[in-house]
Design a protein around this ligand. Structure first.
Ligand code: N2P
Length: 342
């Protein structure tokens, strides 16, 4: 009897180790909200016989804090351009093994060799886009063309700002005619003052603007381009404008943390994302620009023709990429904390 019980227990332990433990791998992804669709997730799961779990973050700083706090368990992370450089310096990212990423060749050269990772040793570009203002054209009239609409008393309580320090301070700096990368203390202080003045008008700070625009919680939002177009699918009166003073432009990337438990699987996932048909599905879902040239053929006509997603050279010439502000970053952190604490 006892022997049978022991045998039985042994059987359970062995099968559990065989099926649930060592064999069944799980890929842990930490991404911006609504960046990895269920379709992509489950197609990868099926093809590779693994489980993919996606958690989300709202800002680059949140992602940085998570990785700095030690082994996060994540295999895939998605920092924006300037944050890649910061993470590389802090040894938080693993070097990619290109041998496991043959589809690297599909990336358009214009998205490679950027200042934040010149050799693309640690990152591949995922999507690109801009920050601007989404608004309901039946409620916000006349159509805004300046950041100043987000300071108009009449819209108090009806709009949101991103929950992202570089973007929010960046919008205020642009309103004042300064660079989003200023390290001039007086310019930063001026931006702080206008953001303090704006705070009573802001309904909420929220990076998932697609969700609160779709639900009708707000009529206007400081948001990223793709999110505006995702929301417009549910709310056709929504429009997206890049203010005339200029704004930020970003490339979001895919990287592997230095502490990733499943690095090879993560490289397979990256390679999968770079297949043109898969990459086009990402663009069709997120509504951000693709960085894979051949994917464009599979991207919906409507998105390809949308100037809010693929802006003209003239509009792009008014954009700035965020850069690492090195030691001056603490000044931005302080301003952000003060604004949020009010
Ligand atoms: C996607 C958010 C895009 C992130 N929902 C902008 N860096």
């Amino acid at each position: 009897m006892l022997k049978r019980r022991i045998l039985c227990a042994l059987f359970i332990i062995l099968t559990a180790a065989g099926c649930g433990g060592a064999e069944q791998k799980q890929l842990n992804v930490f991404a911006w909200a609504n960046y990895v669709s269920d379709e992509i997730r489950s197609a990868f799961e099926k093809e590779f016989g693994v489980r993919v779990v996606v958690d989300t973050f709202a800002s680059n700083e949140d992602l940085l804090t998570k990785l700095q706090s030690g082994a996060s368990g994540y295999d895939i992370v998605m920092p924006s351009d300037f944050m890649v450089g910061i993470m590389v310096k802090q040894n938080l990212l693993a070097e990619l093994d290109r041998a496991n990423i043959p589809n690297f060749k599909n990336i358009s050269p214009q998205f490679l060799g950027k200042y934040y990772d010149p050799g693309n040793l640690y990152s591949i570009p995922y999507t690109w886009g801009t920050a601007g203002i989404a608004y309901d054209s039946t409620k916000v009239k006349p159509p805004p063309d300046s950041w100043s609409v987000l300071w108009e008393e009449g819209y108090g309580g009806s709009f949101s700002m991103l929950d992202d320090q570089r973007e929010v301070i960046g919008a205020a700096l642009k309103l004042l005619g300064y660079s989003v990368n200023t390290t001039n203390p007086e310019e930063l202080a001026a931006a702080k003052q206008v953001l303090i003045k704006q705070k009573p008008l802001v309904k909420l700070y929220r990076s998932e603007a697609d969700e609160i625009l779709s639900s009708g919680d707000v009529d206007m939002a400081h948001c990223w381009s793709g999110d505006a177009f995702r929301a417009a699918d549910n709310r056709p009166n929504l429009r997206y404008v890049i203010p005339k003073e200029g704004s930020t432009q970003f490339i979001d990337t895919v990287c592997i943390p230095a502490s990733a438990p499943h690095k090879e699987l993560a490289e397979k996932f990256i390679d999968y994302l770079l297949r043109p048909e898969v990459n086009a599905k990402i663009t069709n879902f997120t509504k951000y620009g693709t960085c894979v040239s051949a994917a464009k053929d599979y991207v919906s006509e409507k998105l390809r023709a949308e100037p809010g997603i693929y802006p003209s050279e003239e509009v792009l010439s008014r954009m700035e990429s965020l850069i690492d502000l090195k030691d001056f970053t603490v000044q931005y952190n302080r301003v952000w904390e003060e604004i949020k604490a009010r």
